[in-house]
Write a protein that binds this ligand. Structure first.
Ligand code: PEP
Ligand code: MN
Length: 333
């Protein structure tokens, strides 16, 4: 459970800790910017007893995370990436687009120029790819990082790219404005801790079989290391039906926004696995209140080295962008 304390009642905080310890619990104190919370296991009758103490502002039964919660920080997190590129806190939807993997300089620059012209503000492209099969294209690795810098220089797009392991975090941080942690790594706690010290915002993708609470706890690992800038990404969860690659959990968007102050974006590409379904799900994501979208775009999807089936061509992406603009206006965004 989470016990939020009244900062002005600091002298009485010891009483709260004493009550918890008298129940055999070992509460953990989290203090930051004048705010204090206690995390502890639960015991019968304790939630009610705590509620009567004047030093207690709020008790949240069942909660095992603090820093990501709205109870801890009611104001939405706003992630500013310079020159008007902002994610979260009611800013216009951030459109992050680009190829699954960087293949060649020409491929990357063609997509970067195309998505920038269509109105995207961030470029996504993987140098290090977490592929399900060890025999599938694994990305160009470190050799592709200078190409990302080139694309940024050529277009002004902010760069989002994945760090696969702890050793890669600093290398990726040199060129990335935002470091992506992929679905397969959502529960890689040493990597999350390392990302918390990377000095860059983190785009954290929901694990393909992760609950909302597990996603929030993964974000908590990053926040607990002192990195306040985490973007949560709903990218579909594993279902029984292989008709789509995953099941887009759209309710996760308003649910997360209720639970956390962190920005929430939707990835309709990995959620559906099928390019013809992506535009509808991109629009649905915005309508559900997402702070942004992550969309795979390739100049020649049929020849893509990874995730071609779910990648939009530049033409389809440009058309989608015009629809998203109309939708954003209608939504008052
Ligand atoms: C990706 O964004 O290209 C990717 C590998 O996504 P996920 O981690 O969601 O599978
Ligand atoms: Mn991909």
């Amino acid at each position: 459970m989470l016990v939020l304390l009244r900062p002005e009642a600091a002298p009485e905080h010891a009483m709260v800790v004493a009550l918890l310890t008298s129940h055999g619990l070992a509460p953990r104190t989290i203090a930051r910017d004048g705010r204090v919370a206690l995390l502890a296991d639960e015991a019968p009758g304790l939630v009610e007893a705590l509620g009567h103490l004047p030093a207690v502002a709020e008790v949240r039964a069942g909660a095992s995370w603090v820093l990501a919660s709205r109870a801890w920080q009611p104001v939405a997190t706003r992630i500013a990436l310079g020159e008007g590129v902002v994610i979260g806190a009611g800013s216009p939807p951030a459109i992050i687009a680009g190829p699954c993997a960087i293949e060649t300089e020409d491929q990357l620059l063609t997509v970067a120029r195309g998505v920038a012209a269509a109105g995207a503000r961030l470029l996504r492209a993987g140098a290090f790819k977490p592929r399900t099969s060890p025999y599938a294209f694994q990305g160009l690795g470190a050799a592709a990082l200078p190409l990302l810098a080139m694309a940024r220089e050529a277009t002004g797009l902010r760069i989002v790219t994945e760090a696969l392991d702890e050793a890669g975090v600093d290398q990726v941080a040199e060129v990335a404005d935002v470091i992506q942690i992929g679905s397969r790594n959502m529960g890689n706690y040493p990597l999350l801790r390392r990302a918390g010290r990377a000095g860059r915002p983190i785009l954290l993708k929901r694990g393909m079989a992760a609950t909302i609470e597990e996603l929030l706890l993964a974000a908590e690992y990053v926040l607990a290391e002192g990195n306040p800038n985490v973007i949560l990404c709903e990218r579909g969860i594993r279902g029984f039906d292989r008709a789509t690659r995953n099941v887009l959990d759209l309710a996760a968007v308003p649910l997360l926004q209720q639970a956390t102050h962190l920005p929430v974006i939707v990835d309709p590409s990995h959620a559906t696995g099928r390019s013809e379904l992506v535009p509808a799900m991109a629009k649905a994501g915005l309508a559900a209140g997402a702070d942004g979208l992550l969309i795979e775009v390739h100049p020649d999807p049929d020849r893509a080295l990874s995730d071609g089936a779910q990648s939009l061509s530049l033409e389809v992406f440009a058309h989608l962008m015009s629809e998203l603009t109309t939708l954003s206006t209608a939504l008052g965004r």
